[in-house]
Design a protein around this ligand. Structure first.
Ligand code: HEM
Length: 367
């Protein structure tokens, strides 16, 4: 049976026929139940993403209220992902140049320790591995990779509107740690040539080092939950295909590319209207929200990797995300993980945008 609405599709066992029908039959509509607009066809999504009135955050709440005031809110406000200010485009260009230059430098992730992978360990690994890989890519010292994963987890856990005071306090502490850590890394005398270039380009453009450092922390942050979904969905496919310790790097990469195309990790993003606009003959009022169903657009344009977004805010980490997930999957399989057993007992985490499997749900474990 089809899910009742797009937000329930994220955790549905097979939402793809529903997404295909949605994109074909209701490319842009007002959903009364959800109280938001839903855009699902590539043309409608692109029209919204390209419109200057469509913002990545609500005008009335540029930073989640629960995080303000404090370091967690300040860090959030600095992420390119979370703002459309004039600086966004400049910082994004610098970040992309940095990612390109840094990728010339070899890096070997120190993966989270695993013994024989239990369901609980698998859940933890999914969230930690993308951050370990990203921290290694940034050239952070090996002994900090595991702690980066812990801090990013604490930060992520503080974001939901229902996070309690303890979780928010932990999020503030994590934000301070990440900001300081990435700022020291950026300004270090022994920084990599790519980082030094970023520093110099930033200084030339009058961009404070604190802002660049926050966006290096942003790379760790952005890699985490979507990366967990990509690796998790790949692990399930590997299990269904009975892949084992003899899997080659090329076979692992094939699994990742298949998952990006057919069972993507990120299904939705949102835009918030600054002014009333008209799209495809429909008027979207100022203050209204549009849910952009990327996973539905992918049913119409399967070659376009919609799970990584498009246009001005498109993901700059797509290549890295794919190669880190393939390396992590290979690591798990070579360590003797029984992917078949994991794939036979899981559910999806109750998230609104990311499709992330959860293997242990005896209690509601945080990864
Ligand atoms: C499977 C993994 C990933 C997926 C599915 C993914 C997906 C996305 C999507 C859909 C967006 C755009 C959101 C929007 O327009 O509303 C985005 C933005 C972004 N992603 Fe990724 N991402 C992944 C991994 C990564 C990694 C590894 C990095 C770091 C290198 C990264 C860095 C970013 C950044 C910095 C942005 C903000 C770009 C901007 O606002 O201009 N992502 N990502």
């Amino acid at each position: 049976m089809h899910p009742a609405h797009p937000l329930l599709a994220v955790t549905h066992p097979d939402p793809y026929p529903y997404y295909a029908a949605l994109a074909r039959e209701q490319p842009l509509y007002w959903d009364k139940t959800l109280g938001l607009w839903v855009a699902s066809h590539p043309t409608a999504i692109s029209a919204v993403m390209r419109h200057p009135a469509a913002r990545v955050r609500p005008l009335t709440e540029p930073v989640p209220r629960g995080l303000c005031p404090g370091p967690a809110g300040e860090l959030f406000s600095r992420f390119v992902r979370m703002n459309d200010s004039r600086l966004h485009t400049r910082i994004k260009t610098l970040l992309m140049a940095y990612l390109q230059a840094q990728s010339q430098q070899a890096c070997t992730p120190q993966w989270p320790a695993i013994t024989l992978l239990s369901a609980v360990q698998a859940d933890r690994f999914l969230y930690a591995a993308p951050v370990h890989a990203q921290a290694a890519f940034l050239g952070l010292p090996d002994q900090l990779h595991a702690d980066c994963a812990v801090q990013i987890q604490a930060y992520l856990t503080a974001l939901p509107a229902n996070a309690n005071a303890d979780l928010i306090a932990a999020g503030h502490t994590a934000a301070l740690t990440l900001q300081d850590r990435l700022e020291s890394h950026l300004l270090a005398a022994e920084a990599s040539p790519a980082l030094r270039q970023l520093r110099d380009d930033g200084a030339r453009d009058g961009i404070p080092a604190a802002l660049l450092a926050a966006n290096l922390a942003g790379l760790l942050f952005q890699s985490c939950e979507a990366g967990a979904g990509l690796l998790g969905n790949a692990l399930i496919l590997a299990g269904r295909r009975s892949l084992d310790a003899s899997t080659t790097p090329a076979a692992a990469r094939t699994v990742i590319d298949h998952v990006v195309r057919h069972d993507p990790p990120l299904h939705n993003t949102r835009r918030f209207m600054g002014n009333a606009i008209e799209i495809q003959g429909q008027r979207i009022e100022a203050g209204q929200t549009v849910l952009l169903v990327l996973a539905a657009a992918a049913m119409i344009e399967p070659d376009n990797a919609w799970t990584f977004g498009a246009h001005g805010h498109a993901c700059p980490g797509q290549t890295l995300a794919r190669s880190h997930a393939a390396d992590a999957l290979l690591h798990l399989l070579h360590a003797g993980t029984d992917a078949h057993a994991l794939a036979s007992h899981f559910r999806y985490r109750p998230l609104l945008n990311a499709r992330v499997p959860q293997f242990d749900f005896s209690k509601d474990h945080q990864p």
